[in-house]
Design a protein around this ligand. Sequence first.
Ligand code: JAH
Length: 233
Amino acid sequence: MRIDVVSIFPAYLDALDLSLAGRAREKGLLQIATHDLRDFTHDRHRTVDDTPYGGGAGMVMKPEPWGEALDTVATDDSVVVVPTPSGTPFRQSLAHDLSRERHLVFACGRYEGIDQRVIDHARERWRVEEVSLGDFVLNGGEVAALAVIEAVVRLVPGFMGNPASLAEESHGEDGLLEYPVYTKPATWRGHTVPDVLLSGHHGAIAAWRHEQALQRTRERRPDLLGDASETSS
Ligand SMILES: NCc1ccc(-c2ccccc2)nc1
């Protein structure tokens, strides 16, 4: 298996040299490489973020550097793993699934997240897994990536000294997932920003964001919506 991690803090992943992954690398079962997202910028300040369309606090990660980074690092059979608070809950079943893949690319976001079009565009080209490790928000995806990598690498066939030890293994604001975020440019690789976010109508923007958060939560975390939604309709 090969793992590539893209981050504005690649040194965060140095911990992998010390951990289980370090041993897998020695045994030749695993190649791991980290990449600095700023290496895929072209301005003097190596800018990776900008203000959110539609307003709101914080900054959003620009699409262009991510587009170039994934173009460079991912190949046809890659799985792109995006740690995010609005992802589907990361379960051991997914760890097992990913441990059988040839190539994982971790996209570690920071700030308020990555421009939604990066994810949308990636889904047109690769399998994408947006994963949450639980209902808490970190300052970025790196720590979560370390956790997911650890959960996956330890399941790689031939990695654990005693495979038998694997056999006995056991298991936002209005309480909704976050809405999709966007920043400049207004059109990127044919992907546009929802008009409402460009309208300046704050009421309509707030309503749209709430609806998006509701729709996303219904799709990914019905458990967050209380009993009504859990019964199959
Ligand atoms: N569920 C764990 C988790 C994963 C990722 C993030 C995160 C925070 C800020 C920016 C990008 C990702 N936070 C928590």
